[in-house]
Design a protein around this ligand. Structure first.
Ligand SMILES: *[C@@H]1O[C@H](CO)[C@@H](O)[C@H](O)[C@H]1NC(C)=O
Ligand SMILES: *[C@@H]1O[C@H](CO)[C@@H](O)[C@H](O)[C@H]1NC(C)=O
Ligand SMILES: *[C@@H]1O[C@H](CO)[C@@H](O)[C@H](O)[C@H]1NC(C)=O
Ligand SMILES: *[C@@H]1O[C@H](CO)[C@@H](O)[C@H](O)[C@H]1NC(C)=O
Ligand SMILES: *[C@@H]1O[C@H](CO)[C@@H](O)[C@H](O)[C@H]1NC(C)=O
Length: 804
């Protein structure tokens, strides 16, 4: 016992006599030992937990959820005991792990007294006390994965992604200025590196050609302004969808390799994505690791799957990719077969260059002769009428793109049975909680064995001191153990969850004045207006269908919805589950629903275009972001709300259900969902339900916005008779377009014929035509012909500024 106790006392004794520090912060008081920014207190600097008994010194948004924006020691978290940040008399700011080793320092030197100051911009600055303009060190010069407004990314700095959603260590992606002055995204995996943004096959040039970047401006600076515009010196620029509003903003290189700008109203709970650099997640390199294929699946969003004949290296972490299930060998005894994979491409790693005018047999032989050929791409190029052969020495950045004309022929030993091919095709799910593993760090019990022995001899030699020592030890041990297991971590979790909370029935009854002010009525329940105790105006939905649903099942669904966040998705503040009462509390939208606004003619063409685009962005987010694959299933103008700027917010998930990605059977969709007039034919004909049902409903809503005609009412027309069910509006529009294209008058006039007459002549013909064309594609009978929501976003986005 004594030998375990004494070193603790010994170390405490010495750390208290640490040489000449001006001040220090201790990891043991994470709530009191912090620096709060001035003057507004937006940011806090201090120790933040990043795992079990693992802390980082960092800067975070004070309220309400502790979003970390900078870390001193992301790759070397410190122990929750006796770690300190100290400003030494020498002028050096040092972070010490468990009272022993120094894990980080600013390497500064000064004889004048210094102070550490946190600005309201989030910049942590070490400066002289008497001369505040002399800055020795600042955190803005050492960004981690986040760039704040007013923080400049320079030739000396870069952003590095986190390893995963919950592991803040340096990950595989970098955003930086390359040697040719171009601003780039780089995947730097364990084995290979490659640039994936801007598209590597487009060359930078003087502006106007290629990817629009210039190599001529060597100042190498990039900055996000507080209005939401990002500019870099190579002429790349980017505006968020909420450009112009003064919001809290941050640009983060996320762990999945995409750069996203997040924004929120000061101190409100949720960060909303207001822009991202890349739209197609499968084009981000390394996203699925080697020997696997990234694909976008209609039902389940983005998935990674191992190639046939390969298996996962780590099922919890698909970024590591797959390994061959066979023994790769280079002898000439093994015989091989080639397995065709249609519409699949792997980026890079071609052997030699490429080989044109090759027959299939020649290509196959070429691959067989190469020891490390893992397969080949065989493509017919229509422009020169030749077949091209690309032997691949590595299978990286694979993706499946429907419509891609090439085929990969995978080289596998004949000994692999065909039956094995079937097993690996289904993908891993997104590693949503794969980072939930905790850092396993035990408390280090003094390694100074020599000093222990010395202390023991010393103590036993002097009886009086021994008694003193043991008393001291008991005192410290008692103090320490009272800290052990105390709920720092728990406090953090609670704080993170406060923005989304549980309301009691009586609280909501009071807020709605006894459920009197009804503002809407849907299939799932009735919506009331209410004022919460903190004076926020809320829309409170009282569900009637869920009376039989258990509380835990309800909570599971609610917590999934609570985790979603997007600019164009209605914010949810909380829920109530008490007895048989089930209620959802949402933010209240002043301008009501799209349905109300359409019938009252306040929407000009510009607003209509923005609403169509915003709604598409929200649905693309729900369908494709790697969060939860969610179908809405009831898109209609009544479920699209408008905020004070007439930006759309999609509401009402009363009918939607997150899809279980592993068992994609449709038993959970046994009931017909949706609303007459907006329902895809799949519901009627009892076909497979995929995200394309939302695409269909979306198409109908856009047609309604363009024409001003409701799909549920009859279309007033003298030419065509009444057509049955919801095909009326669609048929009418298709007919107009068909007639216009066959007539000699040219294309434009069909839009004039269908456009909502209340708009008058004042609209942008081009944008209205895009809207109508996209809408017609969305309502194709055959679901596979309809575009995905992200394709819709890209189409609409590319014409967003046409009229300006
Ligand atoms: C304060 O520091 C700055 C930067 O180091 C220096 O240029 C300036 O002369 C200093 N002012 C005084 C009064 O010492
Ligand atoms: C280079 O880029 C910087 C920052 O965007 C800009 O201020 C400067 O005028 C540019 N220089 C030239 C020569 O275009
Ligand atoms: C097998 O490979 C070796 C060297 O790799 C070569 O010398 C030999 O001729 C090959 N045998 C046949 C039958 O191709
Ligand atoms: C392609 O190869 C064939 C046979 O090897 C040859 O006759 C033909 O001229 C080649 N075509 C081109 C365009 O090189
Ligand atoms: C976080 O990632 C780093 C780097 O890959 C790894 O060494 C560390 O073990 C990870 N931590 C956890 C808790 O998984």
């Amino acid at each position: 016992m004594a030998s375990a106790i004494i070193p603790i006392a010994f170390l405490i004794f010495f750390s208290n006599f640490e040489p000449s520090s001006q001040f220090s912060l201790s990891v043991e008081n994470p709530n009191e030992d912090v620096i709060v920014s001035s003057p507004k207190g937006t940011f806090t600097a201090g120790f933040s937990p990043v795992g079990q008994n693992a802390y980082c010194f960092g800067v975070w948004y004070s309220k309400p959820d502790r979003t970390l924006v900078w870390m001193a020691n992301r790759d070397q978290p410190v122990n929750g005991k006796r770690s300190t940040l100290s400003l030494l008399k020498t002028g050096n700011l040092v972070l010490t792990d468990a009272g022993q080793s120094q894990v980080w320092s600013t390497n500064t030197l000064s004889l004048n007294p210094l102070e550490l100051h946190l600005f309201d911009t989030g910049n942590l600055v070490l400066r002289e006390l008497n001369n505040q303009s002399s800055v020795l060190w600042q955190s803005f010069d050492f960004p981690t994965d986040t760039l704040l407004p007013a923080q400049t990314l320079t030739r000396f700095t870069q952003l590095v992604s986190s390893r995963s959603e919950s592991n803040f260590s340096s990950g595989f992606y970098r955003l930086f200025f390359d040697n040719d002055n171009v601003f780039r995204l780089l995947y730097e995996g364990p084995r290979v590196s490659s640039v994936y943004w801007p598209d590597p096959w487009l060359v930078s040039n003087n502006v106007g050609s290629g990817n629009g970047r210039t190599t001529y401006n060597s100042s190498r600076v990039a900055v996000l302004d507080s209005f939401g515009k990002f500019t870099s010196s190579d002429h790349f620029s980017f505006e968020t969808v909420d450009y112009g509003l003064l919001l809290q903003r941050r640009l983060t290189l996320d762990h999945d390799g995409n750069v996203r700008v997040y924004s929120r109203i000061d101190g409100q709970n949720k960060w909303l994505i207001s822009g991202q650099f890349r739209q197609q997640p499968c084009f981000i390199h390394g996203i699925c690791g080697p020997n696997s294929i990234c694909s976008y699946d209609h039902t389940s969003g983005r998935i990674c799957s191992c190639l046939q004949g390969y298996s996962w290296i780590d099922e919890q972490d698909w970024s590591l990719g797959c390994k061959p299930s066979f023994q790769p060998s280079c002898d000439n005894k093994t015989t091989y077969q080639f397995l065709p994979l249609d519409e699949v491409d792997f980026y890079g790693y071609d052997y030699g260059s490429s080989f044109s005018n090759f027959t299939f047999k020649q290509c196959e032989n070429l691959c067989l002769q190469l020891c490390d050929c893992m397969g080949f791409q065989y493509t017919f190029a229509a422009d020169n009428g030749l077949f091209w052969c690309y032997p691949k020495t590595q299978l990286l950045n694979g993706h499946h793109s429907p419509g891609f004309s090439g085929t990969i022929f995978l080289r596998l030993p004949k000994s692999i049975e065909n039956s094995r091919f079937q097993n690996n095709v289904n993908g891993l799910v997104c590693p949503k909680n794969s980072g939930a593993k905790q850092l396993d760090r035990s408390y280090v019990k003094g390694k100074e064995n020599g000093s222990v022995k010395f202390m023991l001899w010393f103590a036993s030699g002097l009886g009086v001191f021994e008694v003193l020592c043991i008393l001291m030890v008991w005192f410290f041990l008692f103090r320490n153990s009272s800290h052990l297991g105390s709920g720092d971590k728990q406090g953090y979790v609670l704080a993170a969850a406060t923005g989304f909370r549980k309301f009691s029935y009586s609280e909501l009854k009071q807020a709605t004045k006894g459920f009197t002010q009804e503002i809407g009525r849907g299939a799932g329940g009735i919506v009331y207006k209410g004022v919460l105790s903190d004076n926020r105006v809320a829309a409170i939905k009282r569900l009637h269908e869920f009376a039989n649903q258990g509380e835990s099942e309800f909570l599971a669904e609610v917590s999934i919805i609570g985790r979603l966040n997007h600019m164009n998705l209605i914010g949810m503040w909380g829920y109530c589950a008490e007895g048989k009462h089930r209620m959802l509390v949402y933010e209240y939208m002043e301008n009501g629903t799209l349905a109300q606004n359409l019938s009252s003619n306040v929407l000009d063409w510009k607003k209509r275009y923005d609403i169509a685009l915003g709604t598409a962005r929200c649905l693309a987010y729900l369908h494709e972001e790697c969060l939860e694959w969610i179908l809405h299933c009831d898109i209609k103008p009544q479920n699209i709300l408008l905020d004070s700027d007439y930006q759309p917010k999609v509401a009402d998930f009363g009918l939607s259900k997150p899809l279980d990605r592993n068992s994609l059977n449709n038993s959970s969709f046994s009931r017909i969902r949706g609303t007459r007039g907006y329902m895809a034919p799949e519901w009627v004909f009892n076909l497979q339900i995929t995200s394309k049902v939302d695409v269909y409903s979306y198409g109908i809503v856009v047609l309604e916005m363009v024409t001003g005609k409701s799909p549920t009412a009859g279309v007033q027309t003298t030419e065509s008779g009444e057509v049955s069910h919801n095909e009326r509006l669609a048929t009418w529009v298709r007919e107009k377009r068909r007639k216009a294209s066959s007539a000699a008058g040219g294309e434009a006039s069909w839009v004039e014929q269908i456009v909502d007459p209340t708009l008058g002549p004042d609209y942008d013909m081009n944008q209205m035509e895009i809207l109508a064309t996209v809408a017609l594609e969305c309502i194709e009978e055959e679901k596979d012909v309809r575009p995905t929501m992200s394709q819709v976003v890209e189409r609409l986005q590319s014409h967003e500024h046409d009229s300006r």
